[in-house]
Design a protein around this ligand. Sequence first.
Ligand SMILES: NC(=O)c1ccc[n+]([C@@H]2O[C@H](COP(=O)([O-])OP(=O)(O)OC[C@H]3O[C@@H](n4cnc5c(N)ncnc54)[C@H](OP(=O)(O)O)[C@@H]3O)[C@@H](O)[C@H]2O)c1
Length: 248
Amino acid sequence: MKLIVAGSTGFVGTEVIRQALANPAVTSIAALARRVTTVPQSTGPGADTTKLTSVVCEDFERYPERVTRELAGADACIWLIGVTPSHLKKMPWQEVRKICLDYTVAGLAASAQLPRAPASKPFRFLYVSGANAERDPRKKPWVLGDYCLLRGDVESRVLEHAKESRGAVEACIAKPGLIDAPGRTGLMMKTVQTIGRSLIGLPKVDLGEMAAALLEQAVNGLEKDTLLNADLVRIGTKALANLPRYSH
Ligand SMILES: NC(=O)c1ccc[n+]([C@@H]2O[C@H](COP(=O)([O-])OP(=O)(O)OC[C@H]3O[C@@H](n4cnc5c(N)ncnc54)[C@H](OP(=O)(O)O)[C@@H]3O)[C@@H](O)[C@H]2O)c1
């Protein structure tokens, strides 16, 4: 299968790429980002780096022919472009909204229209949101309320798009709590994680399990339209246990 990883230069994207390179079911990876995606470090001996194509896009609301040509024929997309809470203070709210909402909506519309082989299965779109994203505007969380509602709005729009696609698109919302990578999480992220966990009791998923769960769903099909943190741990743990040791 051909897989698009949007946000391939990020924390989660890098691990998804690393695992996808070693996954024989993934024959081609279009790594979509605003800058070049390089082969991750510590790829095991089972990794086939020739599967990776870096696709640079300057504006995720517009997809020029040069970009859609590289993405054409994809079977699934894992969408990881977003603003994490630790970056919220660095940019105006309108920018956060554009990256989280407008980019995702435009990216889904563009990827759903990509040329595909006749009689292909529905296009799978996995949107990575967060455990505390809230779809109901009346239930604004007391911590990061506007941000949680924004991410919840994106979730609703992604699911709505799939519903209205009449079977052309299947969507899944992944709602991880804190994504943990022991030894690889910076001081800033560690602080945010500690506050998040103690203040609002966020659940936790290991980075390897998270990436494995996303890949498993992209390759084998979506279990349901929303995967909570516990689902991601369960699916990811099982997927990793079934892999050869070198790709962990
Ligand atoms: N990390 C966690 O613990 C955690 C927990 C729950 C949910 N999530 C969600 O999971 C998703 C991925 O998280 P992550 O930790 O991998 O985030 P990350 O490391 O910040 O990566 C985000 C990706 O989005 C891209 N991006 C950010 N701003 C952009 C912009 N203005 N234009 C184009 N691309 C832009 C980044 O590109 P550059 O590399 O060029 O900056 C990167 O490829 C996010 O939606 C996040 O909210 C993360």
